[in-house]
Design a binder for this molecule. Structure first.
Ligand SMILES: [Zn+2]
Length: 320
């Protein structure tokens, strides 16, 4: 079984003809983008020239030097209105499906995850194209992409995914790095329909709170596990100071048997939050702080906090 990180972002500026773009329309997003570039291990000067290539090189090198065998590399679609129009002005970054498919074909370390709003006029054709191109996962942020995943008109879309064995990674809970279009779709209950249709559905961040005043949906998600055997959650970004509270809720058995390892790279952390919250021992916090590889550091932190080895290999079984 491969050790997999199920939640890794690709970001680019199109400088290598990748079709990726990144927008920082206000000071908060400008700052967030710079913090993420530094967290990805890149100098800020990389944002001015050749960011596409620099980001990819840094990412690939870190994955290869880590104890992981592969990472799920995420495309990023545009949000769409309820009537199916692309809302380019509401997006902060874009990564075309072709880019992750191309990288997945070249590098065995990358498991390509496409991103398709199911309300797009060409959604089914794009889904078929991505399945044929080797996509194993579909990624969406329902609250940011404006997707009511439980709208019955999306049944054919979820059925096509279930038939091909493609997993669905869906953001749940609050979000601050990407503009939110529809707050109520942060609730994991919006994922009932894909889970009901048999799609392996993964609630990213285990539906926990991101900001101080966010709703916390982890208890709802845990209740849903009984009802939907194909529903899972990832532990991505949970080592950060704002999300560590979710850890204690998902570690006890049997909930942990539904958890998959994910980092949310380039969102990284040294584990200060979990240490403060007594999820992590001081010596484990110090040992992780010495690790320069962010993928390895995140994996070390998760293991030290008690996430079993199966959380790393579970996705490989689900995809095969
Ligand atoms: Zn993410």
């Amino acid at each position: 079984m491969r050790r997999i990180d199920c939640h890794v972002h690709l970001v680019g500026d199109g400088s290598s003809g990748t079709g990726c773009w990144l927008r920082t329309p206000n000071p908060v997003r400008w700052l967030a983008a710079r913090l993420l570039v530094r967290a990805a291990g890149l100098p800020l000067s990389a944002m001015k020239s050749g960011f596409d290539a620099a980001y990819l090189e840094s990412l690939l090198q870190r994955v290869r030097e880590s104890s992981l065998d592969a990472v799920v590399l995420l495309a990023m679609d545009l949000p769409y209105s309820d009537s199916g129009e692309a809302l380019k002005g509401k997006a902060s970054f874009y990564v075309p499906n072709d880019r992750v498919l191309e990288l997945g074909a070249i590098h065995p370390e990358f498991i390509p995850a496409c991103s398709i709003h199911p309300g797009r006029p060409d959604a089914m054709d794009e889904l078929d194209k991505c399945i044929a191109g080797g996509a194993k996962v579909l990624k969406l942020l329902p609250n940011c992409h404006n997707v009511n995943c439980s709208d019955p008109c999306y049944i054919p879309f979820w059925d096509r995914m279930a038939k091909s064995g493609m997993a669905f990674l869906a953001h749940t809970g609050g979000e601050y790095t990407v503009p939110v279009l529809n707050k109520k779709y942060a609730d994991p209950r919006v994922l009932r329909l894909p889970a009901e249709r048999g799609v392996v559905t993964i609630a990213a961040h285990a539906a926990g709170r991101s900001g101080l005043f966010d709703s916390d949906y982890t208890a709802e998600l845990i209740k849903m596990f009984d009802e939907y055997p194909s529903l899972y959650a990832d532990n991505s970004a949970l080592s950060t100071p704002n999300r560590w509270r979710t850890i204690k809720k998902i570690l006890p058995s049997p909930v942990v048997r539904r958890i998959l390892h994910g980092s949310d790279f380039p969102v990284t952390s040294g584990g200060f939050g979990p240490w403060l919250g007594r999820c992590l021992k001081w010596e484990d916090f110090r040992a992780a702080a010495k690790e320069r590889n962010v993928f390895e550091r995140d994996a070390m932190l998760k293991s030290a906090m008690g996430f079993p080895e199966e959380t790393f290999t579970r996705l490989d079984g689900l995809l095969s």
